[in-house]
Design a protein around this ligand. Sequence first.
Ligand code: NAD
Length: 366
Amino acid sequence: MRKRIVILPGDGIGKEVTTEGKRVLEKIAEIFSHQFEYDYATIGHDAIEATGNSLPDGTLTKLKNCDAILFGAVGHPKYDNDPTLKVRPEQGLLKMRKELGLYANLRPIKLFDELLSASSIKPEILKGSDILFFRELTGDVYFGEKGRKDDGKTAFDLMIYHKYEVERIGHKAFQAARTRKKKVTSVDKANVLESSRLWRETMQEVGKQYPDIQLEHQFVDSAAMKLIQNPRSFDVVVTGNLFGDILTDEASQIAGSMGMLASASVGDSVGLYEPIHGSAHDITGKGIANPLASILSVALLLDISFGMKEEAEAVIKAVEQTLKNGYRTVDIADSAIPKDKILNTSTMGNQILKELSMVNVPISQS
Ligand code: NAD
């Protein structure tokens, strides 16, 4: 199969981890005889430095004309420490999601058994956890009206949701639940927020079209507690942009580390695949970033955008086997891991490629 992929490394460790993601794509193309063409584009701090714009028009054109996007992360300490700067890397990310109509962010939270001891949560609570988050991505406080009142001492961000925005992500969550344990947990703050009451009301209406799926509602504060107390009680979780942002970072602890969580953003057109973590200034340039979230994002890309189930499964199995063989990056290494098994970003990439080299491709595909 011939496909065009745009690599959008972004800032900080985004560059380091997408390098490994691309190597995995190249290996998959080689093994399964696909033709993947690659193009690069800039976003975030690098793009601001080069053009003054966090999402240059040239980038957007490339993104609109490809088959899938592999994205790293944006962000730079310069902006984090100076809230007065008007042009910011994250604006490029939000604009990209809006322009490409990427309204549904899928975040699978699955714990590899080998990492049971890497989490700060007790293994007996974690074992068997398998949650699929649907975070709404183009509404909420991120896109509502925002500003300061005249005296500069009052600020506001409007939390806004339209019914159609809740309906379309609601359908995606129910459809996904049909292929899993048939349960949807909708998370809101309907006891306080009007936008959450619209969210809940709409989810109840959408739910009537899926009588085979159990729908439950939880308030976000209680959901945050139950995620840690009993993660196995969740199957599909659907929630708004802000609550989803926070809850999925919390849920990364179920998977052991931020460096393990992949995501897919889908909607009207091309799909975008990225780790859930940011540009991680604290470890940028040290070569120690865990590339597995980016590599698992490649698996999502192959599966969702290209329908390449077997190729996606091969990537996931290579990650699983590498962990079984005892290899870790430092963020997922507990004290029992010997020093020679602790890898850096590129040597972890090498191990994944080594595992992939052992994949047997059926004769019909080779
Ligand atoms: P972060 O996700 O970058 O880092 C949080 C912590 O997790 C850090 O200690 C970091 O070292 C660790 N971590 C993250 N990814 C890792 C990996 N692959 N391997 C090992 N450790 C990893 O979040 P932050 O520190 O709050 O934000 C840093 C910057 O990233 C900020 O500028 C923020 O705006 C930006 N950000 C961007 C995105 C995005 O592009 N999607 C998402 C979140 C944050």
